[in-house]
Design a protein around this ligand. Structure first.
Ligand code: IVH
Length: 665
């Protein structure tokens, strides 16, 4: 009896979900749906013997996984070649028409997410695997199960493998970033990164909350199921209740293809998801097979990539910020607009020359875009759209914060505030000191440091370590509680143990980035030894050039910096670089191996990977050569991956690397 009811409820809930998500025609109320779901959950709890991983209940249960298993793809998951203009696209289709004069092409959206393969056995969902390096991906089935629009049962017997793109709809993305902001967490740069991060999260309740979606575009073993063209594949996928955007079109002429592209670029901004181009695929599978593939991409399909999205908006104002070195940077304050996935209301203008070369005036209409899909920038002004509300922008002669005279760096076109007491520089130096790649003090973000400075709790880096003395005064202010303060003081105390490399970077010595700081710390071992080095000694270190060496000597030569370091010593900050443990190193798989790291990593930052590898005795280099022993490739790894393949350098993805270090550590 219960068994029957369970089966009935599973079928009903599946049917209702399809009607709701795919057909957009719900037939029951949310309350009724929830009631049935609760009934099913209760029955399944009473009958654990009837467990089914594909039950609708399993999609809403959060699980925390140990890791993701590596899976070799039955057939390589290919990427696509790109074209960027009409001529290149015309060449692509002409080449195919030369061989197959009757060829037709499907035009489909190029969804901006992450590629995923879905496997079914006799109608049941069994597994979802990421693209990985194309040969080996990761089993992310548990997270994919939480995507409501993916059917857990399909009406097709035997083995089925279909592929598509997991995306985060614009709405989900906005909601996620709003929440991140509320919780003072870093924002995701675009929906693609957010989707990739979500799929690779080990806590499946995160994926469920973030509301991903998946659009299907490829039937891997279609021929086995009587499917002989892309048109049939898309129709069949749709019939099987997968989400397929209905916009795709079968085209017979170039004009049809081009007008599809033009229409899509017009509709793009209003679509509920991000697309970054159009995929054009030769329709018939037999013709596709004759053309074959290159090592990386099929010859029968191509991606037409839209130019970086450019959007018009208004320049409301130009503000100036003073960096920790005193450098003045002009920023555009913009009327908020959506660009490549996020709302943009500010962009850098780099320096005074840029403002002048664009002939920018306040209230001008401007064109903006995101460089590399991430950093907003002003591309040009539209003086032809100017009206009489425009106002000239006058570059100041004094610092906007401390009002001291600005000085121009003749070589770099940059202006500097050279007042060492400038409050803006002090705040920026403290923000930098606490930041993630420096002393990494949790709870001391930009806003907190600014507030503490504005309220006279912090006036110097040393003050950070005396903040606990002001506990009582801090508690008088809104927003500061006992617990939060304890946590903050603990984080500050902990940071005293950070290695010399981080302290050195945190001091903000001009030209000394995190990499140079690590190099110097490893070479000299202690702050004292480094402070005694002269320009010649410093320059003897590989990659430390004359400018860096001079900058270091100048910094350590100044009384106020010597005093700062003495004060930090007195406050018991660590001034040494931990020596690499010889035993750990020689035992390690990575000992004496030359390793290159490339692409985007999801679980660890690039810096963490490098630090771990170095600790285990590896040498990290930037480019693939004969000496390279291993390439660690994240997502979107480019030419280094190709070069490594060509040179038969072993390639690991992030998962493999994580597995290995867990062994090693
Ligand atoms: S077909 C063998 N179709 O774009 C054919 N890919 O830049 C393989 N993508 O790796 C892919 N939308 O992740 C295809 N309609 C679409 C697509 C699409 C997005 C992604 C896919 C691929 C990447 C290549």
């Amino acid at each position: 009896m219960s068994k029957q009811r369970i089966e009935q409820l599973r079928a009903l809930l599946t049917q209702y979900a399809t009607q709701y998500y795919i057909e957009d025609q719900p037939t029951v109320s949310d309350a009724e749906y929830d009631r049935l779901m609760e009934e099913l959950q209760a029955l399944e709890q009473q009958h654990p013997e009837l467990y089914d991983p594909n039950s609708p209940t399993q999609r809403i249960i959060g699980k925390v996984l140990d890791g993701f298993e590596q899976v070799t793809h039955a057939q390589q998951m290919l990427s696509l070649g790109d074209v960027f203009n009409k001529e290149e696209l015309q060449e692509f289709v002409d080449r195919i028409w030369k061989q197959f004069p009757d060829a037709k092409f499907t035009c489909e959206y190029k969804y901006d997410g992450l590629a995923m393969a879905l496997m079914y056995e006799d109608g049941d969902f069994v597994r979802a695997v990421t693209r990985g390096d194309g040969f080996v991906g990761e089993d992310v089935s548990e997270n994919v199960r939480t995507i409501a629009t993916i059917p857990m049962h399909i009406d097709m017997p035997g083995h089925v493998e279909v592929r598509g793109e997991v995306i985060m709809p614009k709405k989900s993305f906005e909601a996620l970033n709003a929440l991140q902001e509320e919780n003072h967490q870093p924002l995701f740069a675009n929906p693609r990164n957010a989707a990739a991060g979500t799929i690779r999260n080990l806590d499946t309740s995160i994926a469920r909350k973030r509301r991903l979606d998946m659009y299907l575009y490829y039937f891997q073993n279609g021929e086995e199921h009587g499917i002989h063209s892309q048109q049939e594949a898309l129709t069949s996928l749709q019939k099987l209740n997968f989400r397929v955007d209905p916009s795709w079109k079968l085209c017979s002429t170039f004009d049809e293809i081009w007008s599809f592209i033009e229409q899509a670029s017009q509709k793009r901004a209003d679509l509920p998801f991000e697309i970054d181009g159009i995929v054009i695929k030769l329709n018939r599978f037999d013709q596709q097979q004759q053309l074959g593939t290159t090592a990386k991409a099929p010859r029968y399909a191509i991606a037409y990539k839209f130019p970086a999205e450019e959007v018009e908006t208004r320049l409301i104002d130009i503000t100036l910020t003073v960096g920790r070195t005193g450098k003045i940077t002009p920023n555009a304050v913009l009327e908020p607009v959506r660009v490549a996935g996020t709302k943009v209301s500010a962009a850098t203008l780099h320096n005074r020359d840029r403002i002048e070369s664009y002939d920018l005036k306040i209230n001008d209409k401007v064109i903006i875009r995101k460089a590399g899909d991430i950093i907003p920038e002003v591309v040009r002004a539209l003086p032809e759209k100017r009206d009489d509300t425009v106002v000239d922008f006058v570059w100041p002669t004094t610092c906007p914060i401390c009002h001291c005279e600005l000085v121009k760096d003749e070589q770099l076109a940059d202006y500097y505030c050279v007042n060492p007491e400038c409050p803006a520089q002090i705040v920026e130096s403290m923000i930098h000191f606490c930041s993630r790649n420096a002393m990494d003090i949790e709870g001391m973000g930009d806003k907190k440091v600014e507030w503490l400075h504005d309220h006279h709790f912090l006036d110097s880096i040393e003050d950070i370590y005396c903040l606990h003395e002001k506990r009582e005064q801090l508690l008088q202010h809104k927003g500061w509680g006992e617990k939060g303060l304890d946590k903050l003081f603990e984080a500050i105390e902990q940071s005293k143990q950070q290695p010399l490399s981080r302290l050195l970077f945190g001091l903000g010595i001009p030209l000394i980035g995190a990499k140079a700081a690590a190099l110097l710390a490893n070479e000299f071992g202690t702050m004292d030894a480094l402070m005694q080095a002269n320009v010649m000694r410093l320059q003897s270190i590989n990659t430390i050039g004359h400018s860096m060496a001079t900058s270091l000597v100048k910094f350590f030569g100044q009384d106020k910096n010597q005093q700062l370091i003495a004060n930090l010593k007195a406050l018991h900050l660590n001034m040494e670089q931990p020596q690499i443990n010889q035993e750990e190193q020689t035992d390690s798989f990575f000992a004496n191996k030359t390793v290159v790291v490339t692409g985007t990593l999801q679980q660890m930052t690039r810096k963490e990977v490098t630090e771990t590898l170095e600790r285990l005795g590896a040498k990290i280099t930037n480019s693939i050569s004969k000496k390279t022993d291993l390439l660690i490739a994240g997502e979107k790894a480019g030419s280094k991956l190709e070069k490594a393949k060509a040179n038969h350098v072993p390639i690991w993805d992030e998962a493999r690397f994580l597995k290995e270090i867990h062994h090693d550590e």
